[in-house]
Design a protein around this ligand. Structure first.
Ligand code: ITT
Length: 196
């Protein structure tokens, strides 16, 4: 059973490899294939984009694919950056630039509530797809803390553990994160996934 991880995000890739390590599948990443056309991520929801990425890549490669669309929704900003999290500070913005822009937008704002969202979609070349989701509530700090993780992890404080996501090991983060929760849902149905 080959399963392709259809993501170009190295942080996600690492977490998925760890989350899937005990599953009866042979993991491949996009780097194992030649260049493939880029997916247009123009959906308005995490669901739309996750499905698009998984469905398109499964068709192109002729293999079952798993894709993740995720992002950070900040309450005081009406849910922004949301589906635009990867390019909040511009099309080729770095993680640090995106976080810096968010901290600037949040200067002087006292409601710091934020939630990570993740939708995972698994698609097979013939078309059908299954989706799973997870969310994780936290608070935005005013300055980054910690070295691990990726994206907005250094400014996302997780009160239950008293640390930012960048101060957690990957195993600790996977236990509580939006992605970990979505994967736990998928794990519960993995028999069904494998029947494809
Ligand atoms: P792929 O589409 O190739 O998977 P991407 O980075 O473009 O890669 P998204 O469109 O789903 O993926 O954007 C998700 C962004 O949300 C990501 O770039 C981070 O900035 C942020 N994000 C998602 N999950 C995160 C996490 O666990 N920790 C920190 N930031 C996260």
């Amino acid at each position: 059973n080959i399963l392709v991880l259809a993501t170009t995000n190295k942080g996600k890739l690492k977490e998925f490899k760890e989350l899937l390590k005990d599953f009866p599948v042979e993991i491949r990443s996009l780097a194992d294939f030649g260049p493939i056309p880029e997916v247009v991520e123009d959906g308005e929801t995490f669901d739309d984009n996750a499905y698009k990425k998984a469905h398109f890549t499964a068709k192109v490669l002729g293999l079952p694919c798993i894709a993740d669309d995720s992002g950070l929704a900040v309450e005081a900003l009406g849910g922004a950056p949301g589906v635009y999290s990867a390019r909040y500070a511009g099309d080729n913005a770095s993680d640090a630039e995106n976080s810096a822009k968010l901290l600037k937008e949040m200067e002087g704002v006292s409601n710091r509530k934020a939630a990570f969202h993740c939708v995972i979609s698994i698609a097979v070349p013939s078309g059908p797809a299954l989706t799973y989701e997870g969310t994780c509530q936290g608070e935005l700090l005013t300055a980054p803390r910690g070295e691990d993780g990726f994206g907005y992890d250094p400014i996302f404080y997780y009160p239950e553990l008293g640390k930012t996501f960048a101060e957690l090991s990957m195993a600790e983060k996977n236990k509580v994160s939006h992605r970990g929760k979505a994967m736990a849902e998928m794990a519960a149905e993995f028999e069904q996934v494998l029947k494809w």
